[in-house]
Each structure stands twice: as C-alpha cells, then as structure tokens.
Design a protein around this ligand. Structure first.
Ligand SMILES: Nc1ncnc2c1ncn2[C@@H]1O[C@H](COP(=O)(O)OP(=O)(O)OP(=O)(O)O)[C@@H](O)[C@H]1O
Ligand SMILES: [Mg+2]
Length: 282
C-alpha cells in the first residue's frame, strides 16, 4: 500500500522542489509508481514536470470548497517522466487561502479526504511539494500525509530552525487529527564535501540527531540542478552522470529500503501479536 510524504521546511530555497521532483523521477526509474502533488502556488514542481501542459483542473479546483467535485483522476496529469504523475498548481491558488481559513477545520482535512484512498491504491509514493511557510497549504498537506521529509541546506542556520519548527507542527497535527503522521528523516542538501565548513556542519548534525532521523545519503552542491531546472528537466534527463543524479539514485534506494524495513517490522510484530493471542487462547 502506498505512502504519502510531505517535503517541508518553512525556509525558502533549501531544496524542497528539487528533492520532490528528482526523488520522484528516481523512484519512477526504479519501477515505482509516483504521484507528485504541487501544493506551492509558485508552481515550481508543476513547471518542471509538465512544462507545456494545459491545465484544466489543479490544486485550486481540488481545494476550493465552492467548486463541484470531479473524480480525482481529472486532476492528475501525466508528466514527461515514466511512472510519475502530477496534480499541478496554478498561481491563483494563493488567493484561496482566506476562504480556506474561514472554512477551517473542514478545509484543512479536504486534501486528505480527496487523495488518501485513491493514492494508497494506485501509487507506491505520493510526494507533496510545499511552499516556504507553515501556513494553510502546509497544514492541509500534513493532514493528508503519513510522513514528513525535511530538507536542510548545509550552512543555513535558518533551515535548521525550519526543521525544529516542522517537528513542532508535526506534533500539533498529530494531536489535532492525524495521529499517524511521522517525521521520516531530515535530508542534508547542498553539501560540498571538499570544504571544512560543510564537513563540520554534517558532523554537528550527526551529533545532534539520531541515526534513524537522518538520511545517510546527502545531496551535493551541483550546478546541474539549476541548469536542469531552467530547462524544465530533472537531473536524470539533463545530466544522468552528474554527482547530483548519483545522489538521488542513492536516496531513492535508501527510501525504498527504509519502507521495506518498516514493512518487515510491522509484519514481524503482527505475527508476534497473533502468536501471543494464540498462546492465551489455547
Ligand atoms: N544541491 C544543490 N546544488 C545546487 N543548486 C541547488 C541545490 N539544491 C537546490 N539548488 C538550487 O537552489 C534553488 C532553490 O532550490 P529549490 O527550489 O528546490 O528550493 P525550495 O526549498 O523548493 O524553494 P522554495 O521554498 O522557494 O519553494 C534552485 O535554483 C535550485 O536549483
Ligand atoms: Mg519550492
């Protein structure tokens, strides 16, 4: 059954969009079915994944309480990458926020109600790209999600603050109606292994967080990301041999392994529970 992952950091420019799109493509290339949901009205993920698309139904229509509901498939578009589909965004979505606030808390749960059942059955991974704040749209995303990934930019103290804030909001959402939401891992982006400062930062982060709170894979500084983005391409299409592409291949493998282990642990504990029950019943 598929999982829904939000990519969150209230600090701008830390790599939420490059992580969303490149991880989606990397997973797609490993045979996983992936849906990207663009919850950011800057529409950066949308432009990268469906640059020439004509968009009829977007996140705007999906979230607007005054729009007639259509089947979810009417909001999902194919992308130029095999196995990756996208629910796109449009800039007008920003103007929807006051309406959503007035209709809270129902409006906060609307994305959850609309996407969960459908995506769990059809996609291995649904990845939600988020705007750089902790506002209404991020709250909607977190209510809809199972897990949160927080990218941080090495060298930016603010992006680490964004991590602490995300953990706080995860706890609030957990207490407020989505008890299953979990912090998955933080992801260190923008690493330059040649510099002492980068190495010091990584050491500090590894000291401050537990092993199972950080992706072992880090994303290097690589100018190919920017060039790929301005060409509306993922790193795999633009420069598949780059260090950035290699990192996202490793990240996709690490993510798949994490979920395989979670699945195994769940099956083992279910089996143990059943054995315990059988023991008491006999
Ligand atoms: N590892 C990297 N190496 C080089 N450039 C990078 C790297 N990560 C991100 N960038 C560049 O930094 C800029 C910001 O990245 P991105 O758009 O993914 O951040 P974001 O967190 O989504 O920003 P926003 O909060 O505004 O949505 C982009 O131009 C991207 O190409
Ligand atoms: Mg972005």
């Amino acid at each position: 059954m598929g999982v829904i992952i939000s990519v969150v950091n209230n600090k701008g420019g830390v790599g939420k969009t490059i992580v969303t799109c490149n991880l989606a493509d990397a997973l797609g290339r490993k045979g996983k079915r992936v849906l990207v949901v663009d919850m950011d009205s800057q529409c950066n993920s949308t432009s990268l994944l469906i640059p020439k698309g004509t968009i009829r139904n977007s996140i705007y229509e999906l979230l607007d309480p005054d729009e007639a509901e259509e089947p979810l498939s009417n909001y999902i578009y194919p992308t130029q990458y095999g196995n990756v589909s996208c629910i796109p965004n449009v800039p007008e979505t920003a103007s929807l926020e006051p309406k959503l606030i007035l209709k809270a808390p129902d409006s906060f749960l609307h994305l959850r109600k609309r996407i969960r059942e459908y995506t769990e059955q059809r996609y291995d991974f649904t990845i939600i790209d988020n705007p750089p704040n902790m506002g209404t749209f991020v709250i909607c995303s977190m209510y809809a999600s199972d897990f949160v990934i927080v990218p941080i930019k090495a060298g930016s103290a603010f992006s680490v603050e964004g991590l602490l804030k995300a953990v706080q909001v995860i706890n609030d959402i957990r207490n407020g109606g989505n008890p299953d939401l979990k912090f998955l891992r933080l992801l260190i982006n923008h690493i330059d292994k040649r510099t002492i400062i980068s190495r010091t930062i990584v050491d500090q982060i590894w000291t401050a967080f537990r092993d199972n709170q950080i992706f072992k894979t880090t994303i290097p500084v690589n100018t190919a990301f920017e060039r790929a983005e301005s060409d509306s391409q993922t790193i795999f299409q633009y420069e598949p041999t780059s260090t950035g592409a290699r990192a996202f291949r490793d990240l996709a493998k690490e993510l798949i392994d994490i979920f395989a282990n979670l699945q195994n642990n769940r099956s083992t504990s279910r089996r143990r529970n059943n054995e315990e029950k059988a023991k008491y019943a006999s």
